[in-house]
Design a protein around this ligand. Structure first.
Ligand SMILES: [Zn+2]
Ligand SMILES: [Zn+2]
Length: 440
């Protein structure tokens, strides 16, 4: 084992560490102890879902439990966020575990005794509210992990910050929120973890299974705008103006060659889609302007930049060839969601913990997924590992399972124990091991 003193940092970082292995039976027994509580919390939160930045009841439930455990609790972070700091009796690394608390404007269609009947205002209309993405399960399981670890405090190494985040699905229009706001408010200035962990129940795996991959796991999403400026004229005399409609069509077509001809998609996938074209008021007038908008999904910062650069070049050169000009926002700065990257070294190390917790054959290496997650914001700042917890009953074919965000999204509650046990094992091994930065 080699130890290097951080230059000027009050840290010592063990570069080569033998991961300590806490016996799987410890996490399994602790999970059994909190299992009934986790189930109860999950059903309670499921029945009382709240939209992003409005998670007041959920936050109060979380804060009350964390206080009852004797953790140092802070509330009102990024509107409704809650953190609880657990300090073990023994020295060790600092880690963070993050759960999200918000529900979606979806009307539940499941016949469950604890199905949501909640309705609320959203963007001016009344909508049903449902934990259709399973954040009720994340909050309940993470409370279970906090409860289990608090009971081990006397033998516990290091410190754990439990982060209960609002508005993962995005804040309401016109409001800031989510992981970005938590960080803007100084979350990691107050407590900088050596590693952060998060999990998500997901419909592409069976209950009992865990899905994970090293490196890029969930897509980064970007929005772009291109405004094509031409010169208005009569539709009968196009030569007297500059046609932004034809120019926009050429840009849309040419942009299809970026992913198909310019990117090495044998390494990682990417997507570029136009979702909006607006231009023109009348059938016989060639207008001044056409506005284009779309989305880019990518997994690698260099590939992402390549898409931006090619799109910019195509927009400018195609427009120039037509005598038109463009104003671009590639990307729109306020709509950036980074790639969720699992730190390779951390993930290699913790994969063994996942395998011991649920069985090696139950840990699946998944392909990159085009959905985006704002856990990426935390994992941008410190090494992170994010994993999927399968939510589909083992007896059901995966192809027939309702996706997250569906009004029929259904969690096999057996997944609750699986996720709790997996996260507990990860936390215990990370805290006991020597490969993470240790505060002095
Ligand atoms: Zn979601
Ligand atoms: Zn989600």
């Amino acid at each position: 084992m080699r130890r290097i003193l951080g230059l000027g940092l009050m840290l010592s970082i063990t570069v080569i560490g033998q991961a300590a292995e806490v016996p799987a039976e410890v996490a399994a027994a602790a999970t059994r102890q909190v299992s009934a509580q986790v189930l109860g919390w999950r059903r309670d939160i499921h029945q009382h879902p709240e939209l992003g930045n409005r998670e007041t009841r959920t936050a109060a439930l979380v804060a009350a439990q964390l206080r009852a455990l004797g953790l140092e609790v802070q509330t009102g972070i990024a509107k409704t966020g809650v953190t609880g700091l657990l300090k073990g009796a023994l020295p060790g690394p600092r880690i963070a575990i993050r759960a999200d608390m918000d529900a979606l404007p979806v009307t539940e269609d499941n016949a469950l005794p604890f199905a949501s009947k909640v309705r609320t205002d959203f963007n001016g209309s009344t909508v049903g509210v449902m934990h259709a993405c399973g954040h009720d399960a994340h909050t309940a399981m993470t409370l279970g992990v906090a409860t289990a670890l608090a009971a081990m405090r006397a033998e516990l190494h290091g410190e754990v910050l439990f982060i209960f985040q609002p508005a993962e699905e995005g804040p309401p229009a016109g409001e800031p929120g989510g992981a970005e706001l938590m960080l803007d408010e100084g979350l990691f200035d107050r407590f900088k973890p050596a590693a952060i962990f998060g999990m998500h129940v997901f419909y592409t795996l069976h209950a009992g299974q865990i899905g994970v991959r090293e490196g890029p796991m969930l897509a980064g999403s970007d929005r772009f705008q291109i405004t094509v400026q031409g010169r208005q004229t009569h539709g009968a005399q196009p030569w007297r103006g500059v046609d932004p409609i034809v120019t926009a069509a050429l840009i849309v077509n040419q942009a299809q060659t970026i992913v198909s001809r310019q990117l090495n998609i044998s390494e990682l996938p990417a997507v570029l889609s136009f979702g909006m074209i607006h231009g023109g008021l009348r059938w016989n007038i060639i207008p001044d302007q056409v506005a284009l908008e779309g989305t880019i999904r990518s997994f690698d910062p260099a590939m992402r930049q390549q898409v931006f650069d090619h799109l910019q070049a195509i927009a400018e050169h195609v427009a120039a060839a037509q005598g038109a000009s463009v104003v671009t926002k590639i990307p729109l700065p306020e709509a950036v969601n980074p790639v969720t990257v699992n730190d390779p070294a951390l993930t290699r190390r913790m994969r063994g913990s996942l395998e011991r917790a649920v069985g090696a054959d139950q840990v699946i290496t998944i392909t990159p997924n085009m959905v985006a997650e704002d856990f990426a914001r935390f994992a941008d700042q410190v090494p992170g590992m994010y994993f999927f917890v399968g939510s589909v009953p083992p007896t059901q074919a995966l192809a027939s399972a309702a996706a997250n965000h569906s009004p029929l999204f259904m969690l096999d509650e057996a997944a609750l124990d699986v996720g709790t046990r997996a996260m507990l094992q990860v936390a215990l091994d990370a805290l006991s091991g020597q490969a993470l930065a240790t505060p002095r």
